[in-house]
Ligand binder design. Structure first.
Ligand SMILES: Nc1ccn([C@@H]2O[C@H](COP(=O)(O)OP(=O)(O)OP(=O)(O)O)[C@@H](O)[C@H]2O)c(=O)n1
Length: 378
């Protein structure tokens, strides 16, 4: 029985990157032999084991054949006669299909090292097409490694287009799609993920609301800006992407993708705020409208969420609206300073108290806006 380091660990080591997870392939062993050596079997679908000490994953060499559509219907064959090369051949990209033997030798039957040096993301074999999730994975690796100069090979893009045309992408389950989107949003160049999906046609199937050049451009600009701030959350980045999508459509897509509530929430608020800020040329002045927006966002009880929203708005507003976002920020600053305790002490109770708080907030916003205007910056 022989053991090989495989996949991302070999790739990342060759790129000079930190290796996080190490995955191993075992050739020439049976599950019984593995268990006898103290390995613990995990995963019912195929024979994967955890090392008794390191807890790293050891998978028996296997082949996979597609039977059904989408992410279901793989037939796994694993036996001591499956070779390392067969196991590498079932993998997605050549740079992910290299192995390192215990003696240090690199085993690279599909020329992953050449592709790695040429900065090419290239599929290993036509079997790539058996798993539509690989379209998303390839786009994600493009987003991760673009700063290192990588791009998707033309042949691979062609294959991805054909898979989309064959209707494969529609069969992916939302959980897997969301998992890839979520990870992609935090890669080094997240916009590349969506550009690659647009190029192969997958975006039109997965997020049809973005399948319109102006909307996509606005969303990607916002995402680019948000990705420059390393601490922005998945929800903020997701919301930025949907900046030019109408509120109901953004909400609908977030639901279809089973995006978590905070992502849906931030996308809804962003789209609503952008709509309202655009419409804000009211003759009576923006103070009441700004206060209404602050109420909508419940800035009084949800200040951190509001601050996160402001960051998205700063990245997502067209230059002509930047002044409105600054007004909103100023309004929040002064209006959150109103202390109900002071009004209680003046004798206000019940709905009268609510109205007094509202009036005081409005007064402060009006005051701040006019002081701001007098300083000459609208
Ligand atoms: N749909 C998939 C999923 C995984 N793999 C193979 O399984 C390996 C391990 O998968 P995973 O841990 O998801 O990816 P890594 O390449 O290790 O990347 P990451 O750095 O994102 O963990 C990959 O390298 C690839 O060879 C594949 O071929 N097709």
């Amino acid at each position: 029985m022989q053991t090989y380091l495989v996949g991302g660990a070999v790739r990342d080591e060759l790129l000079g990157l930190d290796v996080k997870d190490r995955d191993w392939v075992v050739v020439g062993a049976t599950p019984e032999q593995m268990r006898a050596q103290g390995f613990r079997q995990v995963g019912a679908d195929f024979p994967v084991f955890l090392h008794p000490r390191t807890q790293e994953e050891y998978a028996l060499a296997r082949t996979e054949r597609k039977q059904g559509r989408g992410y279901h219907g793989f037939t796994v064959y694993s036996a001591p006669d499956v070779t390392l090369e067969q196991d590498l051949q079932r993998r997605d990209l050549t740079i992910n299909a290299m192995a390192r033997a215990e003696n240090g030798e690199l085993i690279d039957p599909f020329h992953g090292l050449d592709d790695l040096k040429a900065r090419r993301l290239r599929h290993v074999s036509p079997a790539f097409a058996e798993d539509p999730l690989r379209i998303l994975r390839t786009a994600r690796f493009a987003a991760r490694f673009q700063p290192l100069g990588f791009s998707v090979c033309e042949d691979t893009l062609t294959l991805m287009r054909r898979m989309v045309d064959d209707g494969e992408v529609a069969h992916l389950v939302p959980e897997r799609v969301w998992q890839e989107i979520q990870r992609a949003l935090h890669e080094a160049a997240p916009t590349v993920f969506f550009r690659v999906l647009a190029e192969c046609g997958a975006l039109a199937v997965l997020i049809p609301e973005l399948n319109e050049p102006d909307r996509l451009a606005t969303g990607l600009n916002a995402l680019d800006c948000l990705a420059l701030r390393p601490d922005t959350s998945t929800g903020q980045r997701f919301a930025g992407l949907f900046a030019a999508v109408p509120t109901d459509q953004a909400e609908h897509r977030a639901r279809c993708l089973k995006a978590p509530n905070d992502c849906r929430d931030m996308a809804r608020l962003t789209s609503h705020f952008l709509d309202r800020l655009t419409a804000l040329s009211l003759p009576e002045g923006p103070a009441p409208a700004l206060l209404e927006l602050l109420d909508t966002a419940d800035v009084w009880r949800r200040r951190p969420r509001f601050d996160a929203l402001l960051t998205v708005l700063h990245c997502a507003t067209p230059p002509g609206l930047a002044g409105r976002v600054r007004q909103l920020e100023l309004a929040a600053q002064v209006a959150t300073g109103v202390e109900p305790a002071a009004l209680l002490a003046q004798g206000y109770r019940g709905s009268a108290l609510g109205q007094a708080i509202h009036q005081e907030r409005l007064k402060r916003i009006e005051g701040a806006l006019s002081a701001h205007n007098h300083r000459g910056s609208p």
